[in-house]
Design a protein around this ligand. Structure first.
Ligand code: FRU
Length: 487
């Protein structure tokens, strides 16, 4: 694995010619995806500024241009009319001011009065590498040019550590006030959300207080990327607690969870009305973000980073890694989120495969499996003799689904565990699987549980095996994300 110096990681991108060779090399990788947003070069991590504005979906990802390493972060901009076909638009926000000299970190978007606003964390470091996080804003013109406000909206709160970031802006109609939810860490090292409020979007922000989340006062050491949506009469709070283990989640200490309940902006309390659940039960899923301002108020769409902090993936050798999961539409049923890939993904279906003896598995495809509610084993990316692969084993008696990626040729992040089990609410009758060269996303029943993982099959790993009463249909899928070299 390459050792990066600080200077290499924090190098400023001065001209696109500096990464052109890297881009053309990476474009030839077998693992470049066809319908997922992925970095043009280097590393992509959190989704940022996800928003519907003037008939288009804007999405940005945290981008480090130089390689698969967390260093100087930019917001890279992609645009779509339907949440499935994405085009590269180039850098949305660059670390080019005093306040963000060491990175434009995560944040959200807001559309108001035909203007698109971006709220982000300016990651400032001084010559002694001491960090000061600023909450900043910019406007994005229709042609994609950002103009940053000359000063931050506010700086760090003195009662918390340097970990204060990832502003999520919401508007409260009754109160006619804006609120920012900010991920934070208390001086005792506990994960928190701070709330700021203002009557105006770009000025007058004051600290309202710390969000109380009864029952979750001591849950992890930092809460990254808070996001909130009002859905089906309830509020859904999503955040990424760090530095803590969750039973059944192996040695992993980075998670993305949700609570369904009531958000009270008077008492600054989020009261959960059910348990805290993993938003996704897979190995690689983090920093989820709701799109703000969806046309229909009863609709919520979310995406997340297919990856985790402090993890390493085989494409590091090729100097890129990371992608964003398929945008998911959310509903609430029986106090639980249902997540489904947005409807438009169906348009990508190309050829329906004959299910034959050979059981070849295309690298870019969708599988639909209907089960009678009984036990089954489905192994994806097995070798021609049926060995190996990603095993999905459903046990009807316990209603648990066990997933094991340890039999793949390319193993990674082994020390964090290669097997996971996900609990289901209802017997497993329907499974939909989206495969895209280096990622697999599983949606169980109507999306009552999901499982996202990276996977790097070799050329021999191109078959599948199935046992149990599973009716399978497989479609190849069309390319939907244009990978043009636009910086
Ligand atoms: C989450 C995160 C955010 C931060 C960003 C920096 O992955 O650590 O809290 O803003 O990444 O890239």
């Amino acid at each position: 694995m390459k050792e990066w110096t600080l200077a290499e990681r924090y190098r400023v991108l001065e001209d696109k010619s500096q990464i052109e060779e890297l881009y053309s090399r990476i474009s030839r990788s077998d693992y470049r995806q066809a319908y997922h947003v992925q970095p043009i070069t280097g590393l992509s991590s959190d989704p940022n500024g996800f928003i519907y504005h003037k008939g288009q979906w804007h999405l940005f990802y945290q981008w480090c241009p130089w390689g698969a390493v967390h260093g100087l972060k930019y917001w890279y901009h992609v645009l779509s009319k339907d949440l499935i076909h994405w085009e590269n638009k180039g850098i949305g926000l660059a670390p080019d001011t005093f306040y963000d000299n060491k990175g434009v970190h995560s944040g959200s978007g807001f559309s108001y009065d035909s203007t698109l606003y971006l709220f982000y964390t300016g990651n400032h470091r001084d010559e002694n590498w001491v960090r000061t996080p600023y909450t900043c804003a910019a406007k994005l013109s229709d042609s994609g040019q950002a103009s940053k406000l000359p000063r931050p909206l506010f700086g760090p709160h003195p009662d918390y550590t340097e970990h204060q970031r990832d502003p999520k802006v919401v508007y409260h109609e009754e109160k006619q006030r804006y609120y920012i939810l900010l991920g934070a860490q208390s001086k005792e090292g506990k994960g928190k959300i701070l709330i700021y409020t203002s009557k105006q979007l770009l000025a007058g922000w004051t600290f309202a207080g710390e969000l109380k989340v009864p029952g979750y006062e001591d849950f992890g050491g930092m809460w990254e990327c808070p996001s909130i949506a009002h859905l089906g009469g309830s509020d859904v709070l999503v955040f990424s607690p760090q530095y803590t283990k969750i039973p059944g989640r192996n040695a992993n200490t980075n998670h993305t969870v949700y609570l369904i309940g009531r958000m009270d902006y008077d008492s600054l309390t989020f009261t959960a009305e059910g348990p805290c659940r993993c938003l996704d039960y897979g190995f690689d899923f983090y920093a989820a973000q709701f799109a703000a301002n969806v046309q229909d108020k009863n609709k919520a769409v979310l995406t997340a980073w297919i990856g985790l902090p402090d993890n390493h993936y085989p494409t590091e050798e090729e100097e890129w890694e990371g992608s964003l999961c398929l945008p998911r539409e959310l509903k609430i049923r029986n106090g639980r989120l249902l997540q489904q890939p947005v409807e438009q993904v169906k348009e990508l279906r190309q050829e329906k495969l004959q299910i034959n003896q050979q059981q070849n598995l295309p690298r870019v495809c969708e599988l639909e499996a209907v089960n009678k509610g009984t036990d089954f084993r489905l192994s994806l990316f097995t070798k021609s003799d049926g060995s190996g692969g990603l095993e999905i084993h459903y046990d009807a008696k316990s209603n648990l689904c066990h997933i094991d990626r340890s039999q793949m040729d390319q193993r990674f992040n082994q020390e964090l565990g290669e097997e996971l089990t996900l609990p289901l609410e209802t017997p497993l009758t329907y499974l939909s699987v989206f495969i895209d060269r280096c990622s697999v996303e599983l949606f169980f029943n109507q999306g009552e549980a999901t499982f996202t993982t990276h996977l790097y099959p070799t050329s021999q790993e191109s078959f599948y095996t199935v046992s149990g009463e599973l009716d399978l249909e497989i479609w190849t899928l069309k390319k939907a994300v244009k990978d043009s070299f636009i910086v």
